[in-house]
Design a protein around this ligand. Sequence first.
Ligand SMILES: [Zn+2]
Length: 186
Amino acid sequence: MNHLYRKIIFLDRDDTLNKDYGYISHPEQVELLPFVVEALSLLKKLGFEFIVLTNQSGIGRKYFTEEDLEKVNNRLKDILKKHSISMLDLFYCPHTDEDSCDCRKPKSGLLLQALEKYKNIDLSKSWIIGDKLRDIFPGEELHIKGILLQKNFELKQTTIPKNLVHISENLLQAALYIKNYEENFF
Ligand SMILES: [Zn+2]
C-alpha cells in the first residue's frame, strides 16, 4: 500500500458502523451493523484507511465519561481487528450544541484535527460517510466526496451539502459505489 498519500474513508460511528442505542456508554453495547465487515474489507482491499469522526455529546451531558468512551471505542477497534480491519484513528467531539464548539458536526473541526495529524491525505481520493447530513457537511468546503447512508431519504427543503454525491442504503452499497467510481474515474 502506498502510504506517501493516504486514501481515507472518514466514517461516522453510531448508526454507520455500530447500532445506535442512544448514548452508547458500555463496551457491551457495541454491535456492528450488517454488512459493515464486508464493506470495510472491500474498502481496505482498495487501499483505503479508516478514520472515525464522531459527535459524543453524552460526555458534555455527563451521561458518561471520556474513560467510558475510550472503552467503547477500544471495543469497536477490537471487534474490527478480529476481521483484520484496523482503524487508523478516531476523533470525537465531547461538546453539546450549547457549547458552540468548532468540532461538533456539522462543523468541520474533527476533520481538520485529522488533517492536521495526517498531512499526507489525498482528499481527492478520500470519502466522508455517515447516516446524517451533518456527517457529510464537514467535508463540504474541502470537496471531500460524501455518501449518505439512508433508506428512505426525502429531499424536501433540507439544505444538502454540496459534496454529497450519493445516497446508499448501507455501508456495503457505499463501498461498491466507491469501487465502481474508482474503476471509472481514476
Ligand atoms: Zn466539539
